[in-house]
Design a protein around this ligand. Structure first.
Ligand SMILES: Nc1ncnc2c1ncn2[C@@H]1O[C@H](COP(=O)(O)OP(=O)(O)OP(=O)(O)O)[C@@H](O)[C@H]1O
Length: 199
């Protein structure tokens, strides 16, 4: 479950989020649209506990990869680990068997790059590895910020198909995106504008 109730957040005296309410249930894929600078990234940061609201409450907040996986715009891959090791990380941290890593990389078209380090692949390839890392542990919640922003059309199709399947398998998925291809597979499309969520 992903939830925001009455969330307010001000940066440097500018009120960006002015009472945001939203809820995403297990098995639901919800997209968040809104103009550049409307606060989509700020809201995802609050929901995953990277930041804290001035008032109001959020779920899940700070959590493990298995409870809430995050695909930030900056990706956050560990530079000292190969792509394969990055993707395996949530499973290792949870003490779980490492399985499904090469299948995910292959599904996203980067099956031959698993032994490379992030600096040795393109940003779009890094983005696909970060997506694989976000879904590998079948998290209860998944927050993705512009997950197709750096992908070509074919790679974006594979990414969108994977995100939809993850939701169908029971994860609550919230995606900030400008891409129609992602909105098209959503159960609901929300709009963040003037500091509030509608839709
Ligand atoms: N840590 C911060 N410190 C100061 N201002 C911030 C901070 N985080 C966000 N902001 C401001 O909050 C507003 C919303 O930014 P945010 O990145 O959330 O927008 P966005 O909707 O994700 O935009 P985009 O679609 O371009 O990614 C912007 O005006 C931004 O400058």
């Amino acid at each position: 479950m992903i939830k925001a109730s009455g969330v307010h957040r001000t940066f440097g005296g500018v009120s960006v989020l002015k009472g945001v309410d939203l809820a995403v249930s297990a098995g639901e894929l919800v997209t968040l649209s809104g103009p550049s600078g409307s606060g989509k990234t700020a809201l995802l940061s609050l929901l995953c506990g990277f930041d804290f609201p001035d008032s109001g409450s959020v779920l899940p907040g700070p959590a493990s990869w298995s409870a809430c996986a995050v695909l930030p715009q900056s990706l956050g891959l560990a530079s000292e680990l190969t792509l394969e090791e990055n993707v395996a990380l949530p499973l290792r941290l949870a003490g779980r068997e490492v399985t499904g890593v090469s299948e995910l990389l292959a599904e996203l078209g980067i099956g031959s790059l698993g032994a490379r380090y992030p600096a040795q692949v393109s940003f779009g390839q890094q983005q696909r590895a970060a997506l694989a890392r976000a879904v590998v542990a079948k998290p209860a919640a998944l927050l993705a910020d512009e997950p197709t922003a750096h992908l070509d059309a074919a790679s974006a199709v594979a990414a969108v198909r994977l995100l939809r399947r993850v939701a169908d398998d029971g994860t609550a998925v919230l995606i900030a995106t400008h891409h129609d291809a992602v909105h098209e597979v959503a159960d609901r499309v929300l709009l963040l504008a003037d500091g509030k969520v509608r839709g």
